[in-house]
Design a protein around this ligand. Structure first.
Ligand SMILES: C[S@@+](CC[C@H](N)C(=O)[O-])C[C@H]1O[C@@H](n2cnc3c(N)ncnc32)[C@H](O)[C@@H]1O
Length: 323
């Protein structure tokens, strides 16, 4: 068929892709029209008819998802501009700092408290090889599993919040290395009985920490709702499960920060490290991860001067080994 904008001959299958790449001004309105008609309840055949196209044209070009009532919904294509970070090099020291958090593939900072994709990328590349199995027991928006899919590792992601599962699934809806599309489950990481003993090559864990960001209002077992003492009791149960599922001599990485109560520092990071050592792990590395969300002006800056305390600007990334 001929492109209506540049008259170039292109296969019907690549028409919308061609508009996206060569004529973005025509791509968005056409896509919007299709999605609006679909939201208005028109079937794919009706949409095709109203746009003077064949039904095959729509199904060849757009991602169609069958809903529970049997009708097809049009999924907006993901506009991915880069699949990889530019000029990536592995971190080589015990201080990690990512000023630009990374926005390749579907990565974005929308999920509160999600980690920079540079963290799982470094861990996966340093500690695993292609085809290995990587577990993220606190999946959130799926940052780790986007990286396992891009880097051809088998990913398993667990989160207690069904909303996180939905967001992660959306972020993983890209067509690249589909043989490595991960397994995602809405479960509690204190009980990983779907995973066999000694079966995982790397764990990338980013637990919520004690009451700082609440990920739900009342989900039973959501560790983000617990105060420090209860959090430490429950994280011990997670540490035991992670120890059980990891293969011998493999690594488990945990990102965790400290907090303040009544103007004093609570060494939550070290407390969590102790719980992992008690579960049987040995400490391989302690990495300081710099945080870039602390402003040198504004409300918290003024308070830090007025009330004489320092703003926390780092977290710990502990790397444990199962001996
Ligand atoms: C700090 S976020 C993880 C963010 C993730 N690294 C990302 O980049 O999107 C912590 C996650 O742990 C989940 N969570 C809390 N308690 C849990 C539990 N008991 N089992 C599994 N997931 C849990 C929360 O729902 C939240 O999504």
């Amino acid at each position: 068929m001929k492109c209506e904008v540049c008259s170039k001959t292109i296969s019907s299958k690549d028409y919308i892709k061609h508009l996206y790449e060569c004529h973005p001004q025509s791509y968005e309105p056409l896509l919007e029209k299709i999605i609006n008609l679909n939201n208005d309840g028109l079937s794919i055949s009706e949409i095709a008819e109203s746009l003077n196209r064949t039904k095959k044209f729509i199904s060849d070009n757009l991602d169609l998802v069958m809903e529970s009532d049997g009708a097809y919904k049009v999924n907006k294509p993901l506009n991915i501009k880069e699949w990889e970070p530019k000029n990536f090099t592995l971190e080589a020291t015990t201080v990690w700092s990512f000023k630009d958090r990374g926005s390749w593939a579907t990565h974005n900072g929308k999920y509160r408290g999600n980690w920079s994709p540079y963290i799982p990328r470094n861990l996966i590349l340093r500690y695993t090889k292609e085809g290995d199995t990587v577990l993220d027991p606190f999946l959130g928006s799926g940052t780790t599993l986007v990286e396992t899919k891009l880097l051809k590792r088998k990913g398993i992601g667990i989160d207690i919040n069904p909303n996180a599962i939905k967001i992660a699934e959306e972020n993983l809806r890209f067509n690249k290395n589909n043989d490595y599309h991960p397994i995602i489950r809405n479960l509690d990481s204190r009980n990983l009985n779907i995973i066999e003993d000694n079966s995982i090559d790397l764990i990338c864990a980013h637990p919520p920490y004690a009451n700082i960001i609440k990920y739900s209002d009342d989900i039973e077992g959501d560790l983000s709702l617990l105060d420090i003492d209860d959090f430490l009791i429950e994280i011990s149960k997670v540490a035991k499960e992670l120890f059980r599922v990891l293969k011998k001599d493999k690594y488990c990485a945990v990102l965790i920060g400290d907090t303040r109560r009544k103007k004093h520092m609570i060494p939550l990071g070290f407390e969590v490290m102790q719980r992992f050592l008690q579960a049987g792990f040995v400490l391989k590395e302690t990495i300081i991860k710099e945080q870039h969300n602390c402003q040198e002006t504004g409300f918290w800056y003024k308070r830090s001067i007025e009330y004489n305390f320092l703003l926390i600007a780092h977290e710990y990334l502990f790397i444990f080994r199962k001996p």
